[in-house]
Design a protein around this ligand. Structure first.
Ligand code: TNX
Length: 498
């Protein structure tokens, strides 16, 4: 999971992971991948193979990173592909990059029986695999409810099993400001002091955030930080009255409304604020993207919105980052070329949403698809669920999250202009990391597969291109790994859980 591009059962004896098996490494970065594999095997099945810098012996796991390795031979230009060969003689993972090898490791983990036992055997198999899209994302809203660095690390561990390679952190909103800004310390001192429903709040110091970015990067996950502007900013306004029109700080906000707050446009103090925040966040971010939000700015006049976003996007570009914005940002002319849009309207676009998405392409950029009626992880699974919202087209079942295709949403927006897919978890109603996991899994597996696995051509209707029953069988197998890792998930009725 996600389904590989090609997987052939071989007519050969199976591989058994013996207690004497070693991990043999060759090529730049292979040792680091091996260290991660060893740690994952320790959790998955209680084995900690020795890592050796020598050719594999019978029964070893080899990790080989070299330019000719991976599925380039299949005509893919992806940097993230890998091959995996399993037979009695041993396991061999080949890739051109450490990321490719790491995704091969995730496939190997899934092939091994979960929960250990003595007979750790895998049928002989050959896998050739690479992703459909470069960007496969999950979003965690740490602004409404705060999650600690350890909780976010646990979340990263869970998403990499699905080959998800971007974690978008929604760091600021009306209910909380979660990233330390040294030049504006009250953002976290005041704005970070609470959260949705009066929850206890919290924030990441710059040091904690750097460590989180490094933890993610070691696992080939890029952190995409979002500072949501000009709306969704009550926590900032409550921290600094000089950012408001009348100089009076609003109360901190713990409710669930959206669209009532706004930063000012054409205001010198606000400009300084945006420059300082973007500079500090960009400096913490080795990844290419900085997300400026831009959604639901319902109390910002259209002209003010355009001026604000033009300025913020230019500042992001001047700090060496590619701006990302929710699709409303597509209304704004004169964005830096290459600005990325994140589409959150439905799988059947309403109003101007399709045109706004295409505006990013006209400007030399690309689009991340997060259609809210299928990819929003905070939407209830069933009517009456105690946690979750239900605005985005009613409940989102596993079937809903699986049966759609990114290239069939906005007419004229095909694979070439789609950067990838992302499933966001908003947390107004999601207080704990256990609740987070129950909302995210198994639906993230569906979106991750849509982002990784090839589409079955243009089969009409889209239902014909996705076999829910076969997917559900694979999910039931995957869930044994979730059980072993202690990852929570919702036991949705479509899956024959074991
Ligand atoms: C919409 S769609 C939001 C968030 C809410 C979410 C709740 C979008 C970009 N923003 O502010 O948390 O709905 O489902």
């Amino acid at each position: 999971m996600p389904r590989p591009v090609r997987m052939d059962q071989l007519d050969a004896a199976p591989f058994t992971l013996s207690p004497a098996a070693r991990i043999s490494v060759a090529g730049p970065g292979a040792h680091d991948v091996a260290v991660l594999l060893r740690a994952e095997l320790a959790t998955d099945c209680g084995r900690e193979p020795e890592i050796v810098d020598e050719p594999p012996a019978f029964g070893d796991i080899a990790i080989v990173i070299a330019p000719g390795e991976g599925p380039h031979a299949d005509g893919s230009d992806s940097e993230e592909g890998y091959t995996l060969e399993v037979a009695a003689e041993g396991v061999r993972i080949g890739a051109a990059t450490p990321a490719g090898a790491f995704w091969g490791v995730q496939t190997l983990r899934q092939l091994l029986p979960a929960a250990g036992g003595d007979a750790l055997a895998i049928d002989a198999v050959s896998v050739h695999d690479h992703p459909r899209f470069r960007y496969r994302g999950a979003m965690l809203d740490v602004a409404r409810h705060f999650f600690t660095p350890a909780e976010v690390e646990r979340f990263i561990d869970a998403i990499v099993l699905l080959k998800v390679n971007h974690l978008h952190l929604h760091l600021t909103d009306d209910q909380g400001w979660r990233i330390q800004i040294e030049s504006w310390p009250d953002l976290t001192r005041i704005g970070g002091s609470t959260g949705s429903d009066g929850s206890r709040g919290g924030f990441y110091t710059q040091r904690e955030f750097r460590d989180l970015v490094a933890y993610a990067a070691a696992r080939h996950v890029t952190i995409v930080p979002e500072i949501d502007m000009p709306g969704h900013t009550n926590a900032a306004l409550a921290s600094y009255p000089e950012l408001t029109a009348d100089g009076v700080a609003p109360e901190l906000y713990t409710g669930r409304e959206v669209g009532f707050s706004s930063l000012l446009s054409r205001d010198e103090t606000t400009r300084r604020f945006v420059r300082d925040v973007v500079r500090e966040v960009a400096a913490l971010t080795p990844g290419p993207f900085l997300h400026l939000g831009g959604d639901e700015a319902l109390s910002t006049a259209p002209g003010d919105f355009a001026e604000f976003v033009q300025d913020a996007a230019a500042v992001i570009a001047a700090n060496g980052k590619t701006p990302v914005g929710w699709h409303e940002v597509g209304k704004v002319e004169g964005l830096p070329a290459g600005t990325v849009g994140q589409y959150w309207d439905f799988t059947t676009p309403r109003d101007r949403a399709a045109d706004l998405a295409l505006a990013f392409v006209r400007n030399g950029g690309s689009v991340i698809l997060s259609p809210s009626d299928v990819a929003y992880l905070d939407i209830v699974y069933e009517d009456g669920d105690p946690i979750g919202q239900d605005w985005a087209g009613g409940p989102t079942t596993l079937r809903d999250s699986y049966v759609w295709d990114p290239a069939r949403i906005v007419p004229g927006l095909g694979d070439a202009h789609i950067l990838g897919v992302e499933a966001p978890l908003w947390t107004e109603t999601v207080p704990t990391i256990d609740d987070v996991e129950e909302m995210v899994f198994p639906r993230l597996a569906a979106v991750a597969e849509i982002g990784w696995s090839p589409a079955s051509a243009d089969t009409e209707p889209v239902e014909a291109a996705r076999d829910l029953e076969e997917f559900a069988e694979r999910l039931a197998a995957l869930a044994e790994h979730w059980d072993a890792a202690g990852t929570g998930y919702r036991r949705v009725p479509e899956v024959p859980w074991r």
